[in-house]
Design a protein around this ligand. Sequence first.
Ligand SMILES: [Mg+2]
Length: 227
Amino acid sequence: MTAAVLFDLDETLLDRTTSLIAFLADQHNRFRSRLGYAAFEAWRDRFIAMDARGHTHKSVVYPTILAEFSGDPAAADDLLDDYRERCSSFARPFAGMAETLQELRSRGMYLGIITNGETAFQSRHIEALGLDRMVDAVLISQTEGLRKPDPALFERAAARLCAPASECLFIGDNPVADVLGAHNAGMSTAWFQCGRDWPADLPPPPGAVIERLSEVLALVDDVSAVR
Ligand SMILES: [Mg+2]
């Protein structure tokens, strides 16, 4: 039986790459005169590569890329402030996000989000997608003082949804932080694959593998698919 369904945010509910590219196009246009010789496509491609799906902090990304393109070094702080302030206004969900969450709720599931990141930045994205009204609990690592894949963070989320971990299903895109983290905390799991391969140096995904959020609806009815 599944009592609660929990999701990662970036690249699981939030189509982060698409959203980020839309923001970068707008930012490049507004800051163009300070970015050196970089055309947008070159700036975007270098940013996306260095960002590495959010793993590199933007306080490192901006000064590095400015130096590479001979931009104004003093622009780094302004670009970072602008990123923190405006990125969420370009937030776009993956297809079926709202419909899937609404259907899960109508079936009596409790819903939660566990995300690694900065409280203010992640909260803005959650509000931009309307998720604050669609889920019952949001746990952001900076607020909680714990980061995925620490099992204590998953256990805290389950407790906040008043469900034992064994009755929670967790969906995320990161093999280690999300899937193995939730599995080690005793949750069922689904890996949101996004067209990527599971790392060869890890044990195989312990639960389901999905390509679309709407596939979660079938998983909550079939516990054998996620164990
Ligand atoms: Mg993610």
